[in-house]
Design a protein around this ligand. Structure first.
Ligand SMILES: Cc1cc2nc3c(=O)[nH]c(=O)nc-3n(C[C@H](O)[C@H](O)[C@H](O)COP(=O)(O)O)c2cc1C
Length: 238
Protein backbone atom coordinates (compact mmCIF):
# COMPACT_ATOMS: atom_id res chain seq x y z
CA UNK A 1 0.00 0.00 0.00
CA UNK A 2 1.17 3.48 -0.80
CA UNK A 3 0.69 6.26 1.65
CA UNK A 4 -1.60 9.02 0.34
CA UNK A 5 0.41 11.51 -1.75
CA UNK A 6 3.29 9.14 -2.52
CA UNK A 7 3.94 7.57 -5.89
CA UNK A 8 4.29 3.82 -6.22
CA UNK A 9 7.95 2.84 -6.52
CA UNK A 10 9.00 2.49 -10.18
CA UNK A 11 9.88 -1.08 -11.10
CA UNK A 12 13.56 -1.37 -12.05
CA UNK A 13 12.95 -2.11 -15.70
CA UNK A 14 11.03 1.14 -16.15
CA UNK A 15 13.74 3.35 -14.69
CA UNK A 16 15.78 5.01 -17.46
CA UNK A 17 19.26 3.42 -17.59
CA UNK A 18 22.07 5.67 -16.33
CA UNK A 19 24.30 6.80 -19.19
CA UNK A 20 27.75 5.18 -19.50
CA UNK A 21 30.43 6.97 -17.50
CA UNK A 22 33.71 7.75 -19.23
CA UNK A 23 36.90 9.08 -17.62
CA UNK A 24 39.34 11.02 -19.82
CA UNK A 25 42.60 10.63 -17.91
CA UNK A 26 45.79 12.21 -19.23
CA UNK A 27 48.98 14.07 -18.71
CA UNK A 28 49.64 16.84 -21.23
CA UNK A 29 52.44 19.40 -21.23
CA UNK A 30 51.85 21.30 -24.47
CA UNK A 31 48.20 20.24 -24.75
CA UNK A 32 48.45 17.68 -27.58
CA UNK A 33 47.18 14.69 -25.57
CA UNK A 34 44.39 16.91 -24.25
CA UNK A 35 43.39 17.91 -27.79
CA UNK A 36 42.94 14.31 -28.99
CA UNK A 37 41.03 13.37 -25.83
CA UNK A 38 38.82 16.47 -26.12
CA UNK A 39 37.91 15.43 -29.67
CA UNK A 40 37.03 11.94 -28.42
CA UNK A 41 35.09 13.36 -25.45
CA UNK A 42 32.89 15.38 -27.82
CA UNK A 43 31.88 12.13 -29.55
CA UNK A 44 31.00 10.49 -26.22
CA UNK A 45 29.00 13.51 -25.05
CA UNK A 46 27.14 13.62 -28.33
CA UNK A 47 26.05 10.03 -27.58
CA UNK A 48 24.75 11.11 -24.17
CA UNK A 49 27.53 9.59 -22.08
CA UNK A 50 28.61 11.15 -18.81
CA UNK A 51 32.18 12.33 -19.47
CA UNK A 52 34.67 13.41 -16.79
CA UNK A 53 38.05 14.96 -17.50
CA UNK A 54 41.00 14.14 -15.23
CA UNK A 55 44.28 15.90 -16.01
CA UNK A 56 47.26 14.61 -14.03
CA UNK A 57 49.38 17.38 -12.48
CA UNK A 58 53.12 16.76 -12.36
CA UNK A 59 54.34 17.97 -8.95
CA UNK A 60 57.61 16.08 -8.61
CA UNK A 61 59.97 18.65 -6.99
CA UNK A 62 62.92 17.71 -9.21
CA UNK A 63 61.13 18.32 -12.50
CA UNK A 64 57.82 20.12 -11.91
CA UNK A 65 59.19 23.63 -12.38
CA UNK A 66 60.31 23.12 -15.98
CA UNK A 67 56.91 21.68 -16.92
CA UNK A 68 55.02 24.44 -15.12
CA UNK A 69 55.88 26.97 -17.82
CA UNK A 70 55.74 26.99 -21.60
CA UNK A 71 57.83 27.48 -23.68
CA UNK A 72 60.77 25.82 -21.96
CA UNK A 73 63.37 28.28 -20.72
CA UNK A 74 66.37 26.25 -21.85
CA UNK A 75 64.99 23.68 -24.18
CA UNK A 76 67.97 21.36 -24.74
CA UNK A 77 69.03 20.89 -21.09
CA UNK A 78 65.41 20.69 -19.91
CA UNK A 79 64.36 18.25 -22.62
CA UNK A 80 67.54 16.12 -22.49
CA UNK A 81 67.51 16.34 -18.68
CA UNK A 82 64.52 13.97 -18.58
CA UNK A 83 66.43 11.24 -20.40
CA UNK A 84 68.06 9.51 -17.38
CA UNK A 85 64.87 9.38 -15.27
CA UNK A 86 62.83 8.23 -18.26
CA UNK A 87 65.34 5.53 -19.18
CA UNK A 88 65.26 4.26 -15.60
CA UNK A 89 61.42 4.42 -15.69
CA UNK A 90 61.34 6.53 -12.55
CA UNK A 91 58.14 7.69 -10.89
CA UNK A 92 57.54 10.92 -8.99
CA UNK A 93 54.95 13.10 -7.26
CA UNK A 94 51.70 13.86 -9.03
CA UNK A 95 48.25 15.22 -8.15
CA UNK A 96 44.98 14.02 -9.59
CA UNK A 97 41.48 15.54 -9.45
CA UNK A 98 39.00 14.18 -6.87
CA UNK A 99 36.94 12.65 -9.68
CA UNK A 100 39.61 9.96 -10.00
CA UNK A 101 38.92 8.80 -6.45
CA UNK A 102 35.19 9.46 -6.17
CA UNK A 103 33.81 8.27 -9.51
CA UNK A 104 33.07 4.83 -10.89
CA UNK A 105 33.69 4.66 -14.64
CA UNK A 106 32.71 2.18 -17.35
CA UNK A 107 35.46 3.25 -19.75
CA UNK A 108 38.77 4.98 -19.12
CA UNK A 109 40.51 6.78 -21.99
CA UNK A 110 44.19 7.33 -21.26
CA UNK A 111 46.04 10.15 -23.07
CA UNK A 112 49.77 9.54 -23.14
CA UNK A 113 52.63 11.61 -24.64
CA UNK A 114 55.83 9.65 -25.31
CA UNK A 115 58.85 10.84 -23.33
CA UNK A 116 62.14 9.34 -24.36
CA UNK A 117 60.57 6.35 -26.05
CA UNK A 118 58.46 5.32 -23.08
CA UNK A 119 55.55 6.28 -20.81
CA UNK A 120 55.96 9.84 -19.44
CA UNK A 121 56.91 10.01 -15.77
CA UNK A 122 53.61 11.67 -14.69
CA UNK A 123 51.43 9.00 -16.30
CA UNK A 124 53.69 6.14 -15.18
CA UNK A 125 53.50 7.56 -11.65
CA UNK A 126 49.72 7.41 -11.75
CA UNK A 127 49.55 3.94 -13.29
CA UNK A 128 51.93 2.58 -10.65
CA UNK A 129 50.15 4.33 -7.74
CA UNK A 130 47.64 2.89 -5.31
CA UNK A 131 45.03 5.18 -6.91
CA UNK A 132 45.10 3.33 -10.21
CA UNK A 133 43.61 -0.02 -9.13
CA UNK A 134 40.24 1.29 -7.90
CA UNK A 135 39.84 3.21 -11.16
CA UNK A 136 40.93 0.44 -13.52
CA UNK A 137 40.14 -2.87 -11.87
CA UNK A 138 37.73 -4.80 -14.10
CA UNK A 139 37.20 -1.69 -16.27
CA UNK A 140 37.77 -1.27 -19.97
CA UNK A 141 40.36 1.23 -21.16
CA UNK A 142 41.58 2.71 -24.45
CA UNK A 143 44.97 4.34 -25.04
CA UNK A 144 45.68 7.50 -27.06
CA UNK A 145 49.41 8.05 -27.68
CA UNK A 146 50.73 11.38 -28.99
CA UNK A 147 54.38 11.76 -29.97
CA UNK A 148 56.83 12.94 -32.56
CA UNK A 149 57.66 9.41 -33.83
CA UNK A 150 58.09 6.85 -31.05
CA UNK A 151 54.73 5.40 -30.12
CA UNK A 152 55.13 1.63 -29.93
CA UNK A 153 56.90 1.14 -26.58
CA UNK A 154 54.81 3.84 -24.96
CA UNK A 155 51.52 2.28 -26.04
CA UNK A 156 52.69 -1.19 -24.97
CA UNK A 157 53.95 0.26 -21.67
CA UNK A 158 50.68 2.02 -20.84
CA UNK A 159 48.74 -1.11 -21.73
CA UNK A 160 50.91 -3.30 -19.52
CA UNK A 161 50.76 -0.93 -16.54
CA UNK A 162 46.98 -0.49 -16.79
CA UNK A 163 46.44 -4.23 -17.18
CA UNK A 164 48.59 -4.83 -14.10
CA UNK A 165 45.99 -2.76 -12.18
CA UNK A 166 43.17 -4.94 -13.48
CA UNK A 167 42.18 -2.88 -16.54
CA UNK A 168 40.83 -4.55 -19.69
CA UNK A 169 42.38 -3.20 -22.88
CA UNK A 170 39.91 -2.33 -25.64
CA UNK A 171 42.02 -0.58 -28.28
CA UNK A 172 44.79 1.94 -28.85
CA UNK A 173 45.64 4.68 -31.33
CA UNK A 174 48.79 6.67 -31.96
CA UNK A 175 49.39 10.06 -33.52
CA UNK A 176 52.82 10.98 -34.88
CA UNK A 177 54.16 14.15 -36.46
CA UNK A 178 55.54 14.46 -40.00
CA UNK A 179 59.18 14.57 -41.09
CA UNK A 180 62.29 12.45 -40.74
CA UNK A 181 64.20 11.94 -37.51
CA UNK A 182 66.28 15.13 -37.56
CA UNK A 183 63.79 17.62 -39.08
CA UNK A 184 60.93 16.44 -36.82
CA UNK A 185 63.21 16.63 -33.76
CA UNK A 186 64.30 20.17 -34.67
CA UNK A 187 60.71 21.17 -35.35
CA UNK A 188 59.60 19.86 -31.93
CA UNK A 189 62.48 21.38 -29.98
CA UNK A 190 62.08 24.70 -31.81
CA UNK A 191 58.43 24.69 -30.73
CA UNK A 192 59.17 23.61 -27.15
CA UNK A 193 61.79 26.34 -26.84
CA UNK A 194 59.89 29.20 -28.49
CA UNK A 195 56.17 28.30 -28.33
CA UNK A 196 56.00 29.22 -32.02
CA UNK A 197 55.89 27.38 -35.32
CA UNK A 198 58.96 28.37 -37.32
CA UNK A 199 59.89 27.73 -40.95
CA UNK A 200 63.55 26.94 -40.23
CA UNK A 201 65.72 26.08 -37.23
CA UNK A 202 69.50 25.71 -37.21
CA UNK A 203 69.36 26.08 -41.02
CA UNK A 204 66.97 23.12 -41.52
CA UNK A 205 63.52 23.52 -43.13
CA UNK A 206 60.99 22.34 -40.55
CA UNK A 207 57.99 20.04 -41.06
CA UNK A 208 54.85 20.84 -39.03
CA UNK A 209 54.82 19.51 -35.47
CA UNK A 210 51.92 18.73 -33.09
CA UNK A 211 48.43 17.34 -33.70
CA UNK A 212 46.75 18.36 -36.97
CA UNK A 213 43.02 18.85 -37.66
CA UNK A 214 43.05 15.66 -39.68
CA UNK A 215 44.33 13.77 -36.62
CA UNK A 216 41.53 15.24 -34.49
CA UNK A 217 39.11 13.75 -36.99
CA UNK A 218 40.94 10.42 -36.67
CA UNK A 219 40.55 10.63 -32.88
CA UNK A 220 36.79 11.16 -33.27
CA UNK A 221 36.46 8.11 -35.54
CA UNK A 222 38.50 6.03 -33.08
CA UNK A 223 36.29 7.17 -30.18
CA UNK A 224 33.17 6.12 -32.09
CA UNK A 225 34.69 2.67 -32.74
CA UNK A 226 35.64 2.25 -29.07
CA UNK A 227 32.16 3.36 -27.97
CA UNK A 228 30.55 0.84 -30.35
CA UNK A 229 32.76 -1.93 -28.98
CA UNK A 230 32.19 -1.14 -25.32
CA UNK A 231 28.58 0.09 -25.24
CA UNK A 232 27.15 -1.33 -28.46
CA UNK A 233 26.46 0.25 -31.83
CA UNK A 234 24.04 3.16 -32.03
CA UNK A 235 20.96 2.70 -34.17
CA UNK A 236 21.47 4.23 -37.67
CA UNK A 237 20.78 7.95 -37.87
CA UNK A 238 21.20 8.56 -34.13
C1 LIG B 1 60.76 15.43 -22.22
C2 LIG B 1 60.20 15.03 -23.54
C3 LIG B 1 60.67 13.88 -24.16
C4 LIG B 1 60.14 13.47 -25.39
N1 LIG B 1 60.59 12.30 -25.97
C5 LIG B 1 60.03 11.87 -27.13
C6 LIG B 1 60.44 10.64 -27.73
O1 LIG B 1 61.31 9.93 -27.22
N2 LIG B 1 59.86 10.26 -28.87
C7 LIG B 1 58.89 10.99 -29.48
O2 LIG B 1 58.40 10.56 -30.51
N3 LIG B 1 58.46 12.17 -28.93
C8 LIG B 1 59.01 12.61 -27.79
N4 LIG B 1 58.59 13.79 -27.23
C9 LIG B 1 57.58 14.57 -27.92
C10 LIG B 1 56.21 14.47 -27.26
O3 LIG B 1 55.72 13.16 -27.29
C11 LIG B 1 55.28 15.41 -27.99
O4 LIG B 1 55.76 16.72 -27.81
C12 LIG B 1 53.84 15.35 -27.55
O5 LIG B 1 53.12 16.19 -28.38
C13 LIG B 1 53.65 15.83 -26.15
O6 LIG B 1 52.28 15.78 -25.84
P1 LIG B 1 51.65 16.77 -24.74
O7 LIG B 1 51.65 18.14 -25.35
O8 LIG B 1 50.26 16.29 -24.58
O9 LIG B 1 52.44 16.67 -23.51
C14 LIG B 1 59.13 14.25 -26.02
C15 LIG B 1 58.68 15.42 -25.39
C16 LIG B 1 59.19 15.81 -24.17
C17 LIG B 1 58.67 17.06 -23.52
Amino acid sequence: MNRPGTQPAQPDQERPAAPPRVLMLYYSYTGQAKRVLDAAAAVFRERGYDVTEAPIEFTEPRYAERFSRFPMRKVWPEFLGMLPAQTLQRTGDIKTPDAVRTGDYDLICIGSPTWWDTVSMPLRSFLKSHEARPVLDGKRFAVFVVCRRKWRKNLAGVRKLAEAKGGRYVDGIHFTYPGGQLPSMLSLTSYLGSGEYKERYLGVKLPPTNISDHQLEESRRFAARVADKVFGKRPQGK
